[in-house]
Design a binder for this molecule. Structure first.
Ligand code: S3P
Length: 428
């Protein structure tokens, strides 16, 4: 896709529903008794994969894409039936890992597979704790990667010190813990997003958290409920960055989830000197939301590290673009996890931004960006990674010369109307 340049971005935009919350609504809705109605559901390819997988296990799910409303007719904790064929997760790591936690406890065997990107992603991180709880796994081709088969069993609780701050790992274990004998705890090195804990509580599970430890005890039943999904801050991030680095711009993004385990981008924007304002702050059943307004700002570099990393892990590609337009040096460290996302995001960002003329250096756990040089257009390979494609749509819009993004349509994974919404801001 050839990109248009923008000279200014103005107006309002409403980004689609939060991807993490949308996935979880399908999973907990399927395991609850009764009908769960979800509004603001993200119609991205990843969340549609979650719907298709649970439909394959006998759950009736109605998806009205015109209104983003989904009705899940849950059959209770023991209502899933064995799928008649492979569960296809597409590009979705969240579907793979969270669903594995549920499948680990089912009295049947199931196989998970996905696209070329998912087949490279590490699954040992969930296989190890879930095996320790009593499930068994076999990878069909490559060691500890998809495709793999799970044989569910009767599980027992564990106390798991997770080596990574990963909400997917934590959630897989907690979901398995709903079925385990005794209590199940996960302790993370840093706190990762807590949507699973919040939603489990809302569905009536016995869950408590203390510091970076979450503990669940087996549930008798989950109760269906209404879920209003807020806008995804990870999708809003492209417009937050674009509004700050494009001259003469002002953008308001409506109804964005600002859960404190996800709002690291706001902290970094402030540290870089951005004009950013929150209004209409509300609480939507434990998930705070706000309208976010940004305006063109002179930015300076900063250091992004430590417990901030899990709070902005998916925003690092667009933060790297922002840092390229900031004066001075931005250092991103403690972010080794970037190597095992939909692509190796350290390598891919460094290669593509260098091609555009940015002074950037990859490190073992992040990158160092010396900003302030002009960017020039080039051909960008998105590597089947939606966040790479959308980040370079912003970088390319501001670069001199033409930028062409190969595989730009992968944005569909999390933000199907991304290019239309960007166009709208260019024309307002
Ligand atoms: C997610 C957790 C994060 C994030 C991913 C969504 C989730 O992954 O990068 O996009 O919904 O739990 P990790 O758990 O691998 O950090």
């Amino acid at each position: 896709m050839k990109l248009s340049h923008f000279s200014r971005l103005r107006g309002e935009v409403t980004v689609p529903g939060d991807k993490s919350i949308s996935h979880r609504s399908i999973m907990l809705g399927s395991l609850a008794k009764g009908t769960t109605e979800v509004t603001g559901f993200l119609q991205g390819a990843d969340c549609l994969s979650s719907i298709a997988c649970f439909q394959k296990m006998g759950i009736e799910i109605e998806n009205d894409a015109a209104t983003n409303t989904v009705r899940i007719h849950g059959k209770g904790l023991h209502g899933l039936t064995a799928p008649s064929s492979v569960l296809d997760v597409g590009n979705s790591g969240t579907t793979t890992r969270l669903m594995s936690g549920i499948l680990a406890a089912q009295p049947f065997t199931s196989t998970i597979d996905g696209d070329a990107s998912i087949r490279k992603r590490p699954m040992g991180r969930i296989m190890t704790p879930l095996s320790r709880m009593g499930a068994s796994f076999s990878s069909l081709k490559q060691e500890q990667c998809a495709p793999f088969t799970i044989t569910g069993g009767s599980l027992h609780g564990i106390d798991y010190p997770s080596p990574v701050a990963s909400a997917q790992v934590k959630s897989a274990i907690l979901l398995a813990g709903l079925y385990a004998e005794g209590q199940t705890s996960v302790t993370e090195p840093y706190l990762s997003r807590n949507h699973t804990e919040l939603m489990l509580e809302a569905f009536g599970a016995n869950i408590r958290t203390e510091g970076t430890t979450a503990t669940v005890t087996p549930a008798q039943e989950l109760t269906a409920r209404q879920i209003a999904v807020p806008g995804d801050i990870s999708s809003a991030a492209y417009f937050i960055a674009a509004g700050l680095i494009t001259p003469n711009s002002e953008i308001t993004i409506r109804h964005v989830g600002i859960n404190p385990t996800r709002d690291g981008i706001l902290t970094v924007c402030r540290a870089m000197g951005a004009y950013i304002r929150l209004s209409n702050v509300k609480d939507d059943v434990g998930e705070p939301v706000a309208d976010i307004t940004v305006a063109s700002s002179p930015l300076h570099g900063c250091t992004i590290e430590g417990d901030l990393i899990p709070k902005l892990i998916d925003e690092i590609p667009i933060l790297a673009v922002m840092a390229s337009f900031a004066e001075g040096t931005t250092i991103i460290r403690d972010a080794q996890e970037l190597k095992v996302k939909e692509s190796n995001r350290i390598d891919v960002m460094v290669a593509n931004l260098s091609d555009m003329g940015v002074d950037i250096e990859g490190t073992d756990d992040g990158m160092i960006i010396r900003g302030g040089r002009p960017l020039h257009g080039t051909t960008i390979d998105s590597k089947l990674d939606h966040r790479i494609a959308m980040s370079f749509a912003i970088a390319g819009g501001l670069a001199e010369g033409n930028t062409d993004i190969l595989g730009a349509e992968i944005a569909n994974v999390s933000y199907p109307a991304f290019y239309q919404d960007l166009n709208h801001l260019m024309q307002s």
